[in-house]
Design a protein around this ligand. Structure first.
Ligand code: DC
Length: 221
């Protein structure tokens, strides 16, 4: 049986960086499920439709073929054969990914891709509903979080490092709005699974967070 590690938590908690690094240390595949929701949002925008209009989004689903591929160990997301990995990281796509992810049909549509990859590989998968809905039988479940202010500070530092503008209040407001959306949607809202270990990194630096994460995983497999 393959080993499944589920990591859930709010936007900007460092899930992807930490999950990717932990997967590297343990020799597992890192699966970023947010990229799937982002790719759907990207496609809806590209087709000139409104990601907040569930009817328009649902009508597009039959024409979307999302795929996850691993190139030199790095996840790439393809939509109908086009590698969209680079295009899905804008803040416009972030907000709209949150909108499409609230549509139950979109969640159902992306469910099998996530299940299949977890059934056939040792993986660390991160998202919002991995421990609660997608992989309820995962051997390890972690709820990774940090205070919203710490998450906003880290996000600003990332933007500045990339040479982009970063206004702390705007970034904090964005994070709060996404948290609210992700935690209050009706289908598969973000919440800590009952059997998940809570890892709050507000007071930890990246190296400490990674050590703690790997320690939790190793103690449970
Ligand atoms: O992790 P991320 O920021 O790339 O995710 C983008 C959006 O997708 C986020 O607002 C919530 C949604 N999402 C989700 O609903 N379920 C997941 N398993 C992963 C992401």
């Amino acid at each position: 049986m393959s080993i499944n590690v589920a990591i859930d938590g709010p936007a900007g908690a460092g899930k992807s960086t930490l999950a990717r690094a932990a997967a590297g240390r343990l020799g597992y595949i890192y699966v970023d499920t947010g990229a799937l929701y982002r790719s759907v949002a990207y496609y809806v925008l590209k087709m000139g439709k409104d990601p907040k209009n569930s009817g328009e989004v649902i009508a597009l689903l039959p024409g979307i073929r999302p795929e996850l591929k691993y190139i030199d160990g790095v996840q790439h997301v393809f939509i109908n054969g086009e590698d969209v990995s680079e295009h899905i990281r804008t803040s416009e796509v972030s907000m709209n990914a949150s909108a499409v992810s609230a549509i139950p049909e979109v969640r159902q549509f992306l469910f099998d891709i996530q299940k299949n990859i977890a059934a056939n590989n040792d993986i660390i998968m991160d998202g919002r509903d991995i421990g609660t809905v997608v992989l309820p039988d995962a051997q390890v479940k972690i709820y990774l979080t940090a205070s919203d202010k710490v998450r906003a500070e880290r996000r600003c530092a990332e933007l500045i490092a990339k040479g982009e503008n970063a206004d702390f209040e705007t970034v904090l407001e964005d994070i709060r709005r996404r948290d609210y959306n992700d935690m209050h949607r009706e289908t598969a809202p973000l919440k800590q699974a009952e059997d998940a270990v809570l890892l709050d990194t507000s007071e930890l630096d990246p190296e400490q967070s990674l050590s703690r994460l790997v320690e939790i995983i190793k103690s449970r497999i």
